[in-house]
Ligand binder design. Sequence first.
Ligand code: PGA
Length: 252
Amino acid sequence: MRRKIVAGNWKMNGSRDLAQALVGYVRSQVESIDNGVEVVIIPPAIYIGDAACLAGDALALGIQSVGQWESGAYTGEISAGMAKDQGCRYGLVGHSERRQIFAETDDMVAAKVERLIGNDLDAIVCVGETLEQREAGEAESVVAGQVRKGLAAVTPDQWSRVIVAYEPVWAIGTGKTASAQDAQAMHASIRKVLAGMGAPAEEISLLYGGSVKADNAAALFAGPDIDGGLIGGASLVAEEFVSICRAVPAGA
Ligand code: PGA
């Protein structure tokens, strides 16, 4: 169940041409990446169809956000079922940009997790503290609260569909990363919170995100509780993204 994953979140970037070029390149390299990592591409939803044509079985696709409802009169929203229909295997939930810019609450995160899992998608649930919270010594409690509330509706048989991505808000798109030590400590803390919820914590993949680049990925991924990464900016640069995928340690 616990597996190594590197997921590239393109956010609202790119074009159809870029999507085709990026997915084509990553696809051409993925079979030579022999560390057992699962490579996930999370393009803007409108390019998922294009990406799916090129991805084949070797690359997994994800959607950046889904509506919290199954279907209905929600103009502009995309349902988890639609994402599944287009070939997605993963859905991102609770990204700090969604929380901060689109007011996504923990309750909405919980509802979206339910929709994703109910539609046979794996949920990558993002959590992370702001700089103010870290400086106030609240990082662990903030993250623990997000994990507990965002995963409140997960039933015992559904934990295999849950992945948690720890992304300190102050590290996203800033060029700053958590130190390898702080990142490992937070991942270990998240695993304890999951265990306290009755989840099979040792079986759940935990990813680090926030300014992961080719030159810092190996140090971050070396943490025993860190099972890979969620990559933003660097996932738009094909060779760099592939280097990050290669930086996951083999085995373990
Ligand atoms: P970044 O973004 O790698 O550009 O910092 C990470 C993310 O937002 O998932």
